[in-house]
Design a protein around this ligand. Structure first.
Ligand SMILES: Nc1nc2c(ncn2[C@@H]2O[C@H](COP(=O)(O)OP(=O)(O)OP(=O)(O)O)[C@@H](O)[C@H]2O)c(=O)[nH]1
Ligand SMILES: [Mg+2]
Length: 550
């Protein structure tokens, strides 16, 4: 508005600001001085904001956001950054991952015992089956009676986090992804046989019974680990209730939920220095540190109990009958996250310390979002002096609302699409194919206007698992209709998906931008190191370009 109009409009604000009509020359001088001062303050604030922006540019802070569905590999990618660029801190923290790995092992064993008990699958029945199995375990009663699935419920796979939940076959018209209404792996001719064998009550197997007995101490181990790892003040509905009185473990809540901790280091025994989260969207100021209820005694006790149970765990995992039950129930532990059953000897040894690979393979679900500041110990010429901030978020469907606040000020996004999940369902919604969810999420990220000028880097992840799956004979076209007669190989399928994701990127980006995509196995240290270096170069180059433009 032009200045001479200032006091002449009917604007109510102007009316308030208007000088009193009977103002004396002295009063007018005071008022004008006051107004001049206000303008000076305003100019100073503007200058400060500008200086801050320039300082940020000068300091070269690069903010990278990791996005993707749950179990896509975001936290693992973050750990790779930590391993490569802050190796000292990463090494120092390795021992703290032991408890997570122990918990992963206990969960795998529990999955097997549940499968032996014939507990059904799916969220609705999991609680019941879990309590049944724990009762069976604790009272050493015989094998439970298998319960057929509820209508509309998937037939098998207990659905705990470290289990690969296979996806049913059959397409709805117009859909590219298979729907959960049948078992694509069972051919029609043997479907009835496999169904019958699944739900006929088997007589108790004495070997399995004695192994269950030998594994009873794992129940206490699990409880101790929960107390140790999960903060007691959590109030998320998915939170694993550690508030349970000691000695009154609720088998139902144990098995029905996946373990998670808030991002950051609060769950760890000690705080680390170099890559601790500096900003967290989830940790409210009122939340107390976890009752790190653990003592050295607990840690030693847990490892000793695991060592004592190791022979029984190994016998269970290598038992022919057990493998047959797992195969029939389509439980593929080895393809799921946090799988350590092939390393039991090593991992249960009394002086075991996790290796880099172990830390990368451990599974700990993220809830909320946190930003990690990297003061690089290892730097290369180009970005010396650049400060990296990496934001890791929880990828579950209930978690995605925490993403948006980070869209504001981000330079690049690494989007992880775990393409090995083409035959799996989401843990949080078992009617949704994981690959389909990734495609939809990618579309949403590409078309988001707030992210229009942000570089998107796509990781088609879990290629190692995909390769194994395809080599084992799982057919992509059974799950992805449009794949049709194409070659059932890693190369062909990843190329196909790359084009599909690229087309979405092209069609849905608000304005044109480059498409960067990599086929990754982010648990693999050798290949991922090179990919991360490329991403880093690209992001820094882009950041510099943007800074110059600004
Ligand atoms: N074999 C294999 N395992 C992987 C790969 N990427 C991730 N994993 C494993 O998959 C599990 C899940 O990875 P996370 O990094 O925890 O997944 P996330 O995206 O952070 O999941 P949320 O925290 O639930 O959002 C971990 O046990 C990883 O070790 C991969 O490329 N290959
Ligand atoms: Mg995570």
């Amino acid at each position: 508005m032009a200045r001479h109009h200032r006091y002449s409009s009917d604007d109510p604000l102007d009316a308030v600001l208007r000088p009193p009509p009977d103002e004396t020359p002295e009063e007018a001088a005071v008022r004008e001085e006051r107004e001049a001062e206000a303008r000076r303050v305003s100019a100073r604030i503007d200058a400060e904001i500008k200086a801050e922006r320039q300082a940020r540019r000068k300091k070269r802070i690069v903010r990278l956001l990791l996005l993707g569905q749950s179990e896509s590999g975001k936290s693992t990618t973050l750990r790779q950054f930590q391993r490569i660029y802050t190796p000292t801190a990463f090494r120092q923290e390795r021992s703290q991952w032991r408890a997570v790995i122990q918990l992963n092992i206990v969960r795998s064993i529990r999955t097997i015992l549940d499968a032996l008990d014939g507990s059904t699958t799916g969220r609705r029945s999991r609680r019941a089956s879990a309590s049944a199995s724990m009762l069976a375990l604790s009272a050493a009663v015989g094998l439970g009676v298998p319960v057929p699935p509820l209508p509309g419920q998937e037939a098998y796979g207990p659905g705990t986090s470290n289990v690969v939940e296979t996806y049913g076959g059959g397409y709805a018209s117009g859909d590219d992804f298979a729907r959960v209404d049948s078992d694509p792996e069972s051919e029609p001719e043997n479907r009835s046989i496999s169904y019958a064998s699944r739900f006929v009550v088997q007589p108790p197997n004495p070997i399995h019974e004695s192994l269950k007995q030998a594994l009873l101490p794992l129940r206490d181990v699990e409880q101790l680990l929960i107390t140790r790892l999960v903060p007691p003040t959590e109030d998320e509905p998915t939170r694993l209730e550690t508030g349970l009185p000691p000695g009154e473990p609720s088998a139902a809540s144990w098995s029905a939920r996946e373990f998670f901790v808030r991002p950051g280091n609060r769950w760890k025994a000690k705080h680390s220095s170099s890559s601790s989260p500096s900003r967290s969207a989830s940790e409210s100021s009122s939340s107390k540190p976890p009752s790190n209820g653990s003592t050295e005694f607990d840690a030693a006790q847990i490892q000793a109990s695991l060592a004592a149970c190791a022979p029984a765990m190994i016998a269970l995992w290598t038992d022919h009958g057990v493998r047959e039950v797992l195969r029939r129930r389509k439980i593929r532990l080895e393809e799921g996250p946090g799988f350590f059953l092939n390393d039991l000897d090593r991992v249960t040894a009394p002086n075991y310390t996790p290796t880099d690979d172990d830390v990368l393979r451990a599974r700990l679900k993220t809830v909320g979002a946190a930003e990690y500041t990297f003061e690089m110990e290892v730097s290369t010429g180009r970005e010396t002096g650049t400060e990296w901030r990496i934001v890791d978020v929880g990828g579950g469907r209930g978690q995605r609302a925490t993403w948006a606040p980070f869209f504001d000020d981000v330079d690049a996004i690494i989007f992880l699409a775990p393409i090995a999940g083409f035959d799996q369902v989401l843990a949080e919604d078992r009617t949704v194919n994981r690959l389909e969810d990734s495609v939809l999420l990618w579309k949403a990220v590409c078309s988001n206007k707030l992210l229009a000028s942000v570089d998107l880097v796509l990781f088609l992840n879990k290629c190692d698992i995909l390769d194994q799956k395809l080599k084992a004979g799982v057919k992509v076209s059974r799950y992805v209709r449009s794949y049709a007669e194409r070659e059932n190989s890693l190369e062909a399928f990843s190329q196909y998906l790359r084009s599909k994701f690229s087309a979405i990127h092209r069609e849905h980006s608000p304005s044109p931008r480059k498409f960067y995509a990599f086929c990754t196995s982010v648990t693999d240290t050798t290949t991922t190191g090179g990919i991360i270096a490329s991403v880093r170069d690209m992001v820094v180059r882009q950041h510099l370009k943007q800074s110059k433009l600004l």
